[in-house]
Design a protein around this ligand. Sequence first.
Ligand code: 13P
Length: 254
Amino acid sequence: MNKDRKLIIAGNWKMNKTVAEALDLVNGLKRELAAVKEVDIVVCPPFTALDAVSKAVLDSNIRLGAQNMSEHNVGAFTGEIAAVMLKEFSVRYVILGHSERRQYQHESDALIARKAACAHVAALKPIVCVGESLAEREGNLTEKVLETQVRGSLAGLTKEQMEETVIAYEPVWAIGTGKTATTAQAQAAHAFIRSVLAKMFDEATAKQVRIQYGGSVKPTNARELMEQPDVDGALVGGASLEVRSFTDIIKNSI
Ligand code: 13P
């Protein structure tokens, strides 16, 4: 596939996989994907498996991501994990503002922006998630919601930081439901997000930013999604939990 931006396909394992299960999965991925150079491959295990998975992916083409981090660097924040702690496990990416955290932990755009700034200070690349609910789509509010989330969650970043940030467009109604956005819906949302970035920063910056699609990505729909001009990868949930399906998504996207 011929795009200026390199595809980035990440597996968000969510709250799945013990250490032993995580090692099984990542060792299988290493075997199957060793020859892939066209795609940045990222796995995002739960915190408890980062140590084991980081050792397993040393000297491989698989990069490590975390699923969340604190907006604070250190201190009395029980249960939180700081950027510098992730760095100890060679973590390169961190998912921020996933819709499940927006919904269950009430994360706001302002909080996500503080986390994104904190990630950049630690040289972690944030994967900032945005996406509308079904009611918002049906109420014709998709663009309004996306613009608010993009502006709010990326507020205060410099152009250089923006270029090192990945955006994941994940329509909430497509997550774990088996309902994928049509390629036209995905392309329209991605192009709209890029137009907002051009207004916030400039055209050149907007062109650099990679925008992933997430929501029921499977081996069978990966290629047509990746063929869209503004779709630069995928953030995969359920189908990233098995060697076969995650491998096939990546191979079918090249
Ligand atoms: P599914 O691929 O299971 O729909 O999950 C998408 C997602 O939330 C990735 O972050």
